[in-house]
Design a protein around this ligand. Structure first.
Ligand code: AMP
Ligand code: ZN
Length: 490
């Protein structure tokens, strides 16, 4: 036993002594002690989905990381206000203001209007979040519902001399900001030489890093379906401006933490900072946190690559969404994670085993916790969200010498952060009907006699009854198939 048995710790709740939360800030490129702007209140902004297709499990990895952050903050006694945008216009297929509007691309693909596409995939996105136990944001605003606020910022930027205009668009002049690019650490001069692949040299722009604030209905965007009047003419917003407008409207400026995936560091977040700081002369956010990529065959999982995996694919293969959450939590958010079906199967097995072990504990949870485990758990989550270590503590706890009651109450409390339905999963195992257990036994007998046709037929029968059966070295394990229904929108 690694941890000595100590007296139970009554949960101290808010106001007690607390470990300092340390978070890695992309802006300072350092681990920092986290101090909210307003005592224990935290304003958290997350870049939301572009709702032109299903989210893939790479996108969902980022939302799981953000959910872990929010749950850690809450566990440590902070009061979090979480805001998010929904991108339903203006995000082109390239971050460099090139290509087709993703919403119109989705509309053409399915022969529907961009708004119908947005509605369909927004619903599917929130269904995915629910299945993954990702808490919904407290405040949500769609890009198309914040055009007024976006125009206000563009007007301010124009007044302050940060814009220029041609027949195609209104641009942000990045050379007017001395610290443009501070988030990525890339200098404007590096980009001028177009040394990096993502830098597209656009003749219309004064500097390669300049970006569009407002597109006019000309050229390739002449028939853009979604458009609004503006003081400069009919058009639609560039992608970045919505996050500056929405975060300010929902959280004020500055706010505490801004999150997203690492692909947003170089362009989207860099440009959000540029616009917001130029318009208001204030920082946009104090801490910038970025989740690393989920990879597949060692390259980024991306919608445009066409080989992405959705949560529906995961469910179709009889894996539970929470097995994917478990897999995501076993890698640190700042480390790349290479997805394989084998690693998901291992995560599912681990989670099932955890449920089995918890199902063997008796009693009901109380408020007291195993003191040492609680302390270590708090230390791990406070160390830049070390969820892999926090999750590994579950195993040590269930195998420890603590009383079942204490184990249960500690697991319950840890699950407020990990959110793996630990007690619910264990309870579901306890409720498996005798007939299903009998079928699983019959199947095992058939397998032992190498009667694989009967074993297969019994497995199908078990699945039809809403359970899945899996073979381990210790015999067959039955699990309720709680996510058999395809999600809405599929
Ligand atoms: P999008 O819907 O493309 O705007 O992306 C939604 C979120 O997913 C953003 O925070 C992206 O940075 C993030 N993201 C995109 N691809 C991946 C990936 N392969 N792994 C992790 N996060 C990703
Ligand atoms: Zn954003």
């Amino acid at each position: 036993m690694l941890l000595p048995l100590l007296a139970p710790l009554a949960w101290r709740g808010l106001g007690g002594p607390m470990l300092m939360l340390r978070l890695y800030n992309t802006l300072s490129k350092k681990l920092e002690d986290f101090k909210p702007l307003k005592d224990k209140h935290v304003g958290l902004y997350t870049c939301g989905p572009t709702v032109y297709n299903f989210a893939h499990i790479g996108n969902l990895r980022t939302y799981i990381f953000e959910d872990a952050l929010k749950r850690v903050l809450t566990y440590l006694g902070y009061k979090v206000t979480h805001a998010m945008n929904i991108t339903d216009v203006g995000h082109l297929t390239s971050d460099a203001d090139e290509g087709e509007d993703k919403m119109e691309l989705g509309a053409k693909r399915e022969g529907k209007s961009p708004l119908a596409i947005a509605k369909r995939y927004e619903q599917a996105f929130f269904a995915d979040l629910t299945a993954l136990n990702v808490l919904p944001p407290d405040k949500i605003l769609r890009a198309t519902d914040s055009i007024k606020e976006q125009l206000e910022i563009i007007k301010l930027l124009e007044k302050r001399g940060f814009t220029y205009q041609d027949e195609a668009a209104i641009y942000f002049d990045t050379s007017k900001l001395s610290d443009y690019g501070k988030l990525s650490g890339q200098k404007l001069s590096d980009k001028k030489t177009a040394a990096r692949a993502e830098v597209v040299v656009d003749e219309k722009k004064r500097n390669p890093t300049d970006f569009v604030l407002w597109f006019f209905l000309t050229g390739r965007y002449k028939s853009h379906v979604l458009h609004w009047p503006s003081p400069w003419g009919e058009g639609f917003p560039g992608w970045h401006i919505e996050c500056s407008a929405i975060s300010r409207k929902l959280l004020g400026q500055p706010f505490d933490i801004h999150t997203g995936g690492v692909d947003h560091i170089g362009t989207h977040h860099t440009n959000e900072i540029a616009q917001s700081e130029a318009a208001f002369g204030l920082p946009l956010a104090n801490v910038w946190m970025h989740g690393e990529f989920l990879q597949i065959q060692n390259s980024k999982m991306a919608k445009s690559a066409g080989t992405f995996i959705t949560l529906a694919d995961v469910i179709a293969k009889n894996f539970s969404p929470l097995a994917y959450r478990y897999l995501a939590l076993t890698a640190h958010y700042r480390a790349k994670l290479n997805f394989t079906w084998e690693s998901l199967a291992a995560a599912q097995n681990a989670l099932d085993e955890l449920y089995e072990k918890i199902a063997q504990l008796s009693g009901t949870p109380s408020v007291a916790m195993c003191a040492d485990y609680a302390r270590v758990f708090e230390r791990e989550i406070s160390n830049d969200l070390d969820m892999p270590r926090a999750a590994s503590l579950l195993w040590r706890l269930v195998k420890s010498d603590n009383s079942d009651k204490l184990k249960l109450s500690t697991l319950k409390r840890f699950d407020e952060v990990l959110s793996l339905n630990l007690l619910k999963g264990a309870a579901a195992i306890k409720k498996i009907p005798r007939e299903i257990k009998k079928l699983a036994h019959d199947r095992e007998m058939a397998r032992k006699k190498s009667d694989f046709a009967s074993a297969d037929a019994i497995r199908k029968e078990i699945e039809l009854a809403g359970y899945t059966v899996r073979d381990t070295t210790e015999g067959s394990v039955i699990r309720p198939l709680s996510f058999r229904k395809p999600r809405s929108g599929t």
